[in-house]
Design a protein around this ligand. Sequence first.
Ligand SMILES: *Cc1c(COP(=O)(O)O)cnc(C)c1O
Length: 239
Amino acid sequence: MTERRAQLAGNLARVEERIAAACAAAGRKRGEVTLIVVTKTYPASDVRLLAELGVRDVAENKDQEAAAKAAECAGLDLGWHFVGQLQTNKVRSVVGYADMVQSVDRVKLVGALSKAAVRAGREVGCLVQVALDAGSGETGSRGGVAPDGVRELASAVAGAEGLRLAGVMAVAPLAGPYAGRQRAAFERLMEISSGLRAEHPAAYMVSAGMSSDLEDAVAAGATHVRVGTAVLGVRPRLR
Ligand SMILES: *Cc1c(COP(=O)(O)O)cnc(C)c1O
């Protein structure tokens, strides 16, 4: 086993333990939570090792980097998630490799994604990214639609050809009333998810929680956690 492989295996085992402990503490089954490993800034060779170690879902946040990596990793049994702020001029590229776009935050993006998905003959899963710190009509500092814009955006996705509305995603806010209150933030996201599921029962996914707060997300009810640093190591800064 190479040194890197052993390191990733050890990190994955520790993250797995954390998820299992969080599920047990919350009275949830381990199978209710899916780990997505965020591989941004790390090479395709790491993605390959992760796939060998049993990882089934990876996420990226920049199209240029993700497109190259996904191409290098074609043939691996992986689901690719796009989690970064997405410009409409990158949509065609993203739809070429992403199985799921978790950062849908405006109606204009829905139109572009739909057009690209139809053209590519693909079905792309979409999560509405919620900015828990955004006021009505505002966009979050880390992307996302304000809570009161979720319903309209979800309807747009649900009615768009080539797209499948799968649920909601959020990043714990760094500022505003939820700063430092991850558990409360994720509980608010669960409320928003409940409202969404009342209209769109199949949109059950709740993607929340990262390396530092995955326990809060699991406790609140997240179905997917997105973990980078705890698996791959601390990323170089200024990326
Ligand atoms: C980078 C990133 C993550 C992972 O963060 P870590 O703290 O490294 O676990 C999760 N979600 C999104 C949207 C990200 O950009």
